[in-house]
Design a binder for this molecule. Structure first.
Ligand code: P6P
Length: 337
């Protein structure tokens, strides 16, 4: 149950208070979160002035996904990696913007996987965008070289995950496995301040988020679920509303707070959908499960999928538990047909 907030609590005060709950915590994770939050504040400043100082428009290069890279994407990527390198807590960074692992500090205890600026196609038109991050403890011994096994861990091994939403306000939402908490950036003091403690997502919702322009390429089960969402059924609050921003962080956050389902299904063109397992689906799956929601690829729990490559794509059905279960029933019916 969401707790009432009295008085101003900064994210740093909150993290230190929560650290007391972990008797063996030595502060490393708190310092790692501090580094991510510092970068987010810097990126927020860049995002907010993007239209003013010629950092809009294509960077001219393309990332490993073959997508045009916007200048802000690269700046965000560099900002996070440089700050994490200086912070010494992070051993390596997996980023959407880099094909290979960024090796930082062999003495670091943690691996960070991130999409530095998700939804980049929205940057130039002032639509909300976001940073997604996921944190693992390394498996290999501290002080030794980072291994690929350190970087290909299943989502159930995450020790923390979160996102920063650069929207009408800038919000940090994160979990360390003890609930989901949200902080709003108060520019007058330059601090992220606690705005929602112990977020729970509704078991049912009235919003479905999917790019219906691709509908003809969807599997039959997904097409049938979309038709189900559009049918008239007053007892079940249908038809649902279709809301799709084209920015995963923004669509996810709205559904987390109001209830809803986001789907990026397999298509004829992309059999594994579009979103990346390690730095998009796993962190959001950790968050949604901590808030009482559900995240699968239509059949398997997202966080139990063992990655086979850094930029692996998976189909994703994520959000209100009962909505995801219903969508899975349609997917299953097609398989059994
Ligand atoms: P499409 C942005 O590029 C992104 O990774 C997500 O943020 C967003 O939900 C999705 O892709 C949009 O993809 O194919 O619907 O434009």
């Amino acid at each position: 149950m969401q707790k009432e907030i009295t008085g101003l609590t900064t994210v740093h005060q909150f993290i230190l208070d929560k650290q007391k709950d972990f008797p063996y915590a030595t502060g490393e994770l708190s310092r790692l979160l501090r580094d991510i939050i510092l970068s987010a504040r810097i990126i927020n400043r860049e995002v907010n002035k993007a239209g003013l100082v010629d950092i809009l428009g294509d960077h001219g290069s393309t990332n490993v996904q073959g997508e045009e890279v916007k200048k802000l994407d690269m700046r965000a990527n560099d900002e996070f990696i440089n700050t994490l390198r200086r912070g010494h807590e992070c051993a390596a960074v997996i980023s959407e913007e880099d094909e290979d692992i960024n090796y930082l500090n062999e003495t670091g205890h943690y691996i960070v996987a991130m999409d530095p600026l998700d939804g980049s196609s929205n940057i130039d038109v002032n639509v909300s965008i976001g940073t997604i991050f996921s944190i693992y403890r390394r498996i290999s011994e501290v002080g030794t070289p980072i291994t690929v096994e350190d970087c290909l861990q299943p989502g159930i091994n995450q020790v923390a995950a979160g996102y920063i939403l650069y929207g009408s306000s800038t919000m940090l939402v994160y979990t360390t496995g003890c609930g989901v908490h949200a902080f709003t950036l108060d520019l007058s003091i330059g601090e992220f301040c606690l705005s929602n403690q112990g977020i729970t997502t509704p078991k049912n919702g009235k919003i479905y988020s999917v790019n219906e322009g691709n509908c003809n390429k969807f599997p039959e089960g997904v097409k049938n679920y979309i038709k189900y969402c559009q049918e008239e059924n007053k007892e079940e609050n249908r038809p649902y509303s279709s809301r799709y921003i084209g920015s995963f962080v923004a669509d996810f956050h709205r559904n987390l707070m109001k209830g809803g389902i986001y789907i990026y299904p397999p298509t004829a063109k992309d059999l594994n959908g579009k979103l990346r397992l390690i730095y998009e689906c796993n962190p959001m799956a950790f968050l949604v499960e901590q808030a009482g929601g559900r995240a699968t690829d239509g059949t398997r729990r997202i966080m139990e999928i063992v990655p086979t490559s850094l930029h692996q794509r998976v189909p994703v059905f994520i959000g209100s538990e009962n909505m995801v279960i219903k969508a899975e029933e349609f997917v299953k019916a097609e398989v059994e047909a």
